[in-house]
Design a protein around this ligand. Structure first.
Ligand code: T5A
Length: 209
């Protein structure tokens, strides 16, 4: 496809949403056409599914979660991401498939069966399509969770409220994903100032442009 697909990943409060906005602004000042989107959500169908997953009203198990995230992702890809990439846009996505592998596949422990469900479903949803670049913001979950908790007005706390070992497993999962996909994934130390992180992100993105 003509465009460029960049995903942001990481544990809770790593600073993805903040950094993705900063990247969007910088790219636009460079004259690039940018679409900023997120998962779960991003498209009409995806946004309808989102509250089912993040509100905390239902106690989904990892397979049910994976099915719902996958349905939302398929809708997002077909209605928003793929059309924008065909138009040559840079698509910045706040979380994508690595979150499913990390949260559903690693969060509750290194569960190989669930990891297989996640990768099999991804094939059905997206085939061989994958991000051109994935930026994984890495942070000690103690710091990330503190940042998330200090933020006001957040009602989407289902995953944030999981026990601490879940968040440690997530971090391990993301680092493993990065190790297994060294060309696509870059791990960025997110325990730095906003500007330092943005500068690092720009170095990596400029190489891709
Ligand atoms: N999920 C998602 C799955 O389980 N499986 C999946 O397949 C997918 C796609 C929703 C939830 O769904 C789960 C993961 C999530 O729990 P989300 O909307 O991305 O996903 O929710 P969160 O991860 O909770 O995202 P947040 O928006 O809470 O965290 P961010 O985006 O990483 O952090 P951000 O930028 O909002 O920053 C958090 C706070 O820290 C401050 C910010 O100002 C803000 O107050 N901050 C910093 N402070 C100091 N230094 C820095 N460098 C800072 N950067 C940010």
């Amino acid at each position: 496809m003509a465009g460029l697909f960049i995903t942001f990943e990481g544990g809770e409060g790593a600073g993805k949403s903040t950094q993705i906005q900063m990247l969007k602004s910088t790219l636009e000042t460079m004259g690039k056409e940018v679409l900023l989107t997120r998962e779960p959500g991003g498209s009409k169908g995806g946004e309808l599914i989102r509250p089912l997953l993040v509100s905390g009203e239902a106690d989904w198990d990892a397979v049910s979660e994976t099915l719902l995230f996958s349905a939302a992702r398929r809708d997002h890809l077909t209605h928003k991401i793929w059309p924008a990439l065909k138009e040559g846009k840079i698509v910045l996505c706040d979380r994508f498939s690595d979150s499913t592998l990390a949260y559903q596949g690693y969060g509750r422990g290194n569960n190989l069966e669930i990891q297989k469900v996640v990768t099999d479903l991804y094939k059905i949803v997206a085939g061989d399509f994958e991000p051109d670049l994935t930026l994984i913001l890495d942070i000690d979950p103690k710091i990330g969770l503190k940042r998330s908790c200090e933020r006001t007005g957040n009602t989407e706390k289902r995953f944030e409220n999981m026990d601490f070992s879940f968040h440690e497993n997530l971090r391990t999962g993301f680092l493993k994903i990065a190790q297994e996909n060294p060309t696509r994934c870059h791990v960025i130390d997110a325990n730095r100032s906003l500007d330092e992180i943005h500068q690092k992100i720009m170095e990596i993105v400029k190489e891709k442009l």
